[in-house]
Design a protein around this ligand. Structure first.
Ligand SMILES: Cc1cc2nc3c(=O)[nH]c(=O)nc-3n(C[C@H](O)[C@H](O)[C@H](O)COP(=O)(O)OP(=O)(O)OC[C@H]3O[C@@H](n4cnc5c(N)ncnc54)[C@H](O)[C@@H]3O)c2cc1C
Length: 305
């Protein structure tokens, strides 16, 4: 990790993090989910900040918390029920990027997926670094093959492999399309954001034409507009075939309100932690992966659009 980021004092990290984290308990996160829907008509996808775990006890705690999240989500009426986003690395002490085999991850996700199916709660398997792509898509195909059609996933347009992955998806999938937050080497990925975003438009069109549900996840207003105003009408699908997603805390109030006025579904990614320690670790890692965030956060404190 960049030493500058490692040595930012925790109180400062927390200061930067607070707008992006819905709280330090499931109860607080659920209150945010309800408020977003009641006051702004926004949907949520709820995420526990729980990557980079070190012990089996942590893996078990993450599994138990996701089962509690399923119960909490299911208690809300269907119209405002959050989906759950989960990361395969949250349930294993053997991550692929350190040469491991992700032992326990598939089984934990299956337990959560089965509980969620029983309660009518949709799941999205987040996409982590390139070391996880094959595993994640394999788990997804296995679950969909077993009729678990409430499970969707994420594709990262920066990866060159994604174009081929698009053709191998289970039918009628819910796909979140992102540029990808993990820094990947030039041999396997694009390194320029505009090219990644151009791919978002092209891949969104391809996904819609293939009959998938597209979750267009970006804060770049211009690209979101091009998706909504050009790609969607070109393919000729209705508003029931896509939604726009952004991260909780990124200031896009007016833009999201405008989408809602047009009857377009918009969903925020709402992370919470079990204690600020976890949130601070997460934000440090995110800052390291994406140092521009320091400047974005600072800039956004002064301009809310
Ligand atoms: C709902 C959602 C789920 C995601 N899930 C995944 C995933 O599973 N795997 C994965 O690899 N990536 C995921 N991402 C991250 C994604 O890949 C991008 O890294 C992220 O969205 C930034 O790209 P952008 O398209 O918003 O464009 P950018 O050019 O990065 O951002 C556009 C503008 O938005 C503002 N902005 C963007 N990010 C922030 C921020 N954090 N704080 C303040 N302002 C900001 C800035 O003003 C910036 O100029 C997700 C993103 C979203 C919105």
């Amino acid at each position: 990790m960049n030493p500058l980021i490692r040595f930012i004092p925790a109180f400062l990290v927390r200061y930067f993090a607070s707008p992006y984290v819905a709280g330090d308990s499931l109860q607080k996160a659920m209150a945010v989910v309800e408020k977003l829907h009641r006051e702004r008509g926004l949907l949520s996808t709820l995420d526990l900040l729980a990557e980079d775990i070190r012990t089996d006890a942590q893996a078990q705690q993450n599994l138990d918390t996701y089962l509690r999240m399923v119960e909490a989500a299911a208690r809300l009426p269907a119209a405002m029920r959050p989906t759950l986003s989960l990361k395969p690395s949250s349930y294993t002490t053997q991550p692929f990027q350190h040469g491991g085999d992700a032992a326990g991850s598939r089984e934990a996700m299956r337990t959560i997926a089965q509980a969620a199916a029983a309660k009518g709660v949709a799941l999205t398997i987040d996409m982590e670094s390139r070391h996880w792509t094959d595993f994640t898509l394999d788990v997804l195909r296995e679950f969909c093959g077993q009729g678990m059609t409430h499970v969707g996933t994420v594709l990262q347009t920066r990866l060159h492999r994604t174009e081929a992955d698009l053709d191998k998806l289970p039918k009628g999938l819910r796909v979140r399309l992102v540029i990808g937050i993990y820094r990947e080497p030039g041999e396997v990925a694009l390194t320029e954001k505009p090219a990644m975003k151009d791919r978002m438009l092209a891949y969104a069109e391809k996904l819609l034409r293939a009959g998938h549900y597209v979750e267009f996840a970006s804060h770049d207003d211009a690209y979101v507009r091009r998706f909504v105003e050009q790609v969607v009408p070109k393919v000729g699908v209705g508003k029931d075939r896509f939604e726009v997603q952004m991260l909780y805390g990124v200031p896009r109030e007016r833009f999201l309100a405008d989408l809602r006025r047009q009857g377009i579904a918009a969903r925020l990614y709402v992370p919470f932690a079990l204690g600020w320690d976890m949130a601070i670790q997460y934000l440090r890692r995110r800052l390291d992966e994406y140092p521009a965030m320091v400047w974005l956060v600072t800039k956004n404190m002064f301009s809310r659009k």
